[in-house]
Design a protein around this ligand. Structure first.
Ligand code: FES
Length: 234
């Protein structure tokens, strides 16, 4: 009993029996602050709504062992094709870049033999020799006659093929359309309209023959009588 003048304070803690009862109450039965309080009817409808098609909880992720075999095979095939594809792509790109750099960093130079060369001493050639020594590299024959030496340019005057020296027939024959030339270079058969051309020949300081393939002499223009079209020899 409280005495007079003594103010009774409300108990700060519920009695022991009540506390236990509250702890044993399920959480669903005591909604959090702010949540709507579920009425008994609503609580009864919740299981029905779930059974009627409410979104199910996400299925647990299958473990590696539980994964389907076809999926693993598909992944393997994807990897197997992806690596060569990337390799091809990168190598192709690399080659393209190399070509690009090579094209623009280095000049597009055509390496050709010099137009002037020494062909040895006149005495190195026997009289009436038709030398093919320089045909491969300079496209020139050196022809030694009893009184002169000249250099014939081995280019057919029909369409530009390289003719052949036929030693047994003592003539020059073009393999393309059959034009024929004497050893002097004068044409005598086939479709070619004119003789072969001669190139400049002179004596170098050391006494060797000096041939210049950039200077040509044409018979039909009367140029075979010019100095340089031949070298008089006795
Ligand atoms: S190119 Fe020599 S005959 Fe035609």
């Amino acid at each position: 009993m409280a005495g007079p003048g003594k103010v009774l304070k409300p108990p700060t803690r519920p009695p022991k029996g009540l506390r236990k009862a509250k702890l044993e109450t399920p959480a669903a039965a005591s909604p959090a602050v702010g949540e709507p309080t579920a009425t008994p009817v609503a609580a009864a409808l919740v299981p029905l709504a779930r059974a009627g098609g409410a979104p199910a909880a996400p299925a647990p992720k299958p473990t590696r062992a539980a994964r389907p075999r076809s999926a693993s095979r598909r992944k393997f095939l994807n990897d197997a094709f992806a690596i060569p594809a990337w390799l091809t792509f990168f190598s192709g790109t690399g080659l393209f870049l190399l070509g690009f750099i090579q094209r623009f960093m280095f000049p597009n130079v055509l390496y050709e033999p010099p137009t002037t060369f020494k062909a040895g001493f006149p005495g190195d050639y026997a009289v009436e020799e038709f030398s093919q020594k320089f045909k491969e590299l300079y496209r020139v024959w050196i022809v030694r006659e009893p009184t002169e030496i000249f250099a014939l340019y081995a280019k057919c005057t029909h369409l530009g093929c390289t003719p052949n020296w036929m030693a047994t027939e003592d003539k020059i024959k073009c393999p393309c359309h059959g034009s024929g030339y004497y050893r002097s270079g004068i044409n005598f058969e086939g479709p070619t309209p004119r003789p072969l051309e001669r190139v400049k020949v002179s004596l170098a300081d050391d006494g060797q023959l000096l041939v210049d393939t950039s200077v040509h002499y044409q018979y039909e223009l009367g140029q075979w009588s010019l100095p340089g079209s031949n070298l008089k020899y006795s």
